[in-house]
Ligand binder design. Structure first.
Ligand code: NAD
Ligand code: TYD
Length: 325
């Protein structure tokens, strides 16, 4: 197949592009190269187009493909609290443009979504649980999902949605919990833990997440939603303690700071629908986290340049006051 991977210069999309190429597919990457996109992450064997998924003409300029997998998104909750408009543009309008394109071309769209659309939960949820997004990010992702599902129902578009849980691994931009804490620990900088640090996330290794999306691309039923949870729930403070141990950093770097507004306490997914298609996560969190921290230790050249310029401005805005008080 010739597959359009949107957001393929980002964290999960770039691993997914590598995976399809290894399986013998052709890959075309369309990416706007926002602060989170890195052209160096796009595999050399992929065709690269710089463009915006929310612009029809940019999507049409890519030419003929057999399927689309949409990773393009504004993806960070804290940034969505600071400024939600771009999230609506890319995560809602971008999903609409792509599902319309899939309809016109008669091709499959796999839309990559998130467990955050369900809001916080007290027990593992299935795909038919109500959407109760808490943040501007998750509200935008839910809006994208609803556009895709409406196009399935109204126009019979061949589209599937995946809802993966918190993902970690090499090449994740150092604003999310694991890469932020790993790189700060390696630099002897504080690790800002929000609130009581007892919020729970269900961690999924990036390779397992990509495997889930590939199963849906190849054998998902049209119109269906599939949860993909790591099945490895951890409190944030446990993750932080483990990162301190793995880096050998001073435990006093861990700082309890003012909580994120609207912070979801727990995400947990029932992934039995996808498991029935043969998928299951293979990486244990202990091993995956140790490998990931080792990757950040060994690849300073990848992340050090990212922690300047725009990143510094974001970091100041997000953390300076929190770390002072
Ligand atoms: P990321 O922020 O690392 O990458 C996003 C990519 O999209 C970047 O390369 C960026 O340049 C590109 N992009 C942004 N706006 C664009 C636009 N308008 N047009 C074209 N490209 C654009 O994100 P990620 O962590 O790799 O997440 C990928 C997808 O997976 C997202 O849809 C996200 O919601 C979803 N997801 C992420 C996680 C996670 O823990 N990271 C978990 C579940 C689901
Ligand atoms: P994050 O990686 O931003 O993913 P999400 O909010 O999409 O789940 O955060 C994971 C958890 O870690 C979440 O409960 C918020 C918490 N967190 C901190 O305590 N401090 C931080 O600096 C960050 C970025 C996250």
């Amino acid at each position: 197949m010739r597959v359009l991977v949107t957001g393929g210069a980002g964290f999960i999309g770039s691993h997914f592009a590598e995976r399809l190429l290894a399986d013998g597919d052709e890959v075309v990457v369309l990416d706007k190269l926002t602060y989170a996109g890195n052209e160096a992450s796009v595999p050399h064997a992929a065709e690269f187009h710089r463009g915006d998924v929310a612009l029809r003409e940019d999507v049409e300029a890519v030419g003929g493909v057999d399927a689309i997998v949409n990773f393009a998104a504004e993806s960070h909750v804290d940034r969505s609290i600071l400024g939600p408009t771009e999230f609506v543009r890319t995560d809602v309008l971008g999903a609409l443009v792509l599902v319309q394109h899939a309809h016109e071309r008669g091709i499959r769209l796999v839309h990559v979504s998130t467990d955050e659309v369900y809001g916080d939960v007290t027990a593992a949820v299935r795909e038919d649980a109500p959407l109760r997004p808490s943040s501007p990010y998750s509200a935008s992702k839910a809006g994208g999902d609803l556009q895709v599902l409406a196009a399935v129902r109204t126009f019979g578009v061949d589209a599937c949605i995946t809802r993966g849980s918190n993902t970690y691994g090499p090449r994740q931009y150092p604003e999310k919990l694991i890469p932020l804490f790993a790189t700060n620990a390696l630099d002897g900088q504080p690790l800002p833990l929000y609130g009581d640090g007892r919020q729970v996330r269900d961690w999924l290794h990036v390779q397992d997440h990509c495997a889930a999306i590939e199963v849906v691309l190849r054998s998902g039923a049209p119109g269906e939603v599939y949860n993909a949870g790591g099945g490895d729930e951890r409190e944030n403070r446990e993750v932080a303690d483990r990162i301190l141990e793995l880096t050998g950093a001073d435990p006093s770097l861990l700082r309890s700071v003012e909580d994120r507004p609207g912070h979801d306490r727990r995400y947990a997914l029932d992934s039995s629908k996808l498991r029935a298609l043969g998928w299951r996560p293979e990486r244990r969190f202990e091993d995956g986290l140790a490998e990931t921290v080792a990757w950040y230790r060994d690849n300073r050249a990848w992340w050090e340049p990212l922690k300047s310029g725009e990143y510094r401005a974001f970091y100041e805005r997000q953390y300076a006051e929190r770390l002072r008080s």
